[in-house]
Design a protein around this ligand. Structure first.
Ligand SMILES: [Fe+2]
Length: 233
């Protein structure tokens, strides 16, 4: 289900244009079916398995699924919750006066062989506390890169809800020279997870309370076999 294009939008964003679609149509029903089948019932009820906890005997990682709610890429004639290229480089989407519940999202990006990948682009965008996207500026939009350990931490707020969708974060993830994974991350325990046809339990984060905010973790697994090259070209 990955997006198998391999052009290089770096730095900071995937390319604008219709090419940012999966190479073959995927019905949402089939995506859901496959995702539910792939996730053991225990994972759906409790914590979410993280790629970092895999053992060598478990074999290769399952790639993080592609997930698209139709707001990517930006059709120029329609205003909506769309991806915008050229987001600012930053580890925090919180700005002076930002309203909302503080949220940190941290994790690792792995290749399928469990190798942590450095210099992986993560380009985030999300709704604000009221469920609105900034389509004129770059509020709640930003990109960052994994460090030498393959780790990332994003500081933001819990995204608000908007009609028709459960709570989610958008992200494009790309190892240097690798394909772009366009996907979304979800929050456990959200009532709309049960009704949103795009929701995928394989994309649930582990989320816990932390002070007056939340701490979430998620590990990505990219369709990259080994360590990513360190050069950003
Ligand atoms: Fe969205």
């Amino acid at each position: 289900m990955e997006d198998d294009r391999s052009q290089d939008p770096r730095p900071g964003a995937a390319p604008d244009g219709a090419a940012d679609r999966p190479s073959r149509p995927i019905s949402r029903k089939n995506v859901l079916k496959a995702a539910v089948a792939a996730v053991p019932a225990t994972m759906l009820l409790g914590g979410v398995a993280l790629a970092r906890d895999r053992k060598p005997v478990d074999g290769p990682l399952t790639p993080t699924p592609y997930c698209d709610d139709g707001d990517d890429p930006t059709p120029p004639q329609i205003e909506g919750p769309y991806f915008k290229p050229n987001s600012p480089l930053r580890d925090s989407l919180v700005e002076p006066g930002t309203q909302g519940t503080p949220l940190t999202v941290s994790g690792f990006v792995f290749g399928l062989s469990c190798t942590p990948l450095a210099d992986v682009l993560l380009d985030w965008w999300q709704a604000d506390d009221d469920g609105a996207y900034d389509n004129t500026g770059f509020r709640f939009r930003g990109h960052q890169f994994t460090d030498a350990r393959g780790a990332f931490t994003l500081t933001t707020i819990v995204p608000g809800l908007y009609p028709g969708r459960t709570r989610h974060l958008h992200v494009k993830v790309q190892a240097p020279g690798g394909p772009i994974l366009t996907t979304q991350l979800y929050f456990p325990g959200e009532p709309r997870n049960n009704t949103d046809p795009i929701f995928d339990p394989a994309l649930l984060m582990n989320v816990r309370d932390a002070g007056d905010g939340k701490e979430a973790t998620f590990d990505f697994a990219l369709q990259v076999s080994g360590a990513a090259p360190r050069s950003r070209g």
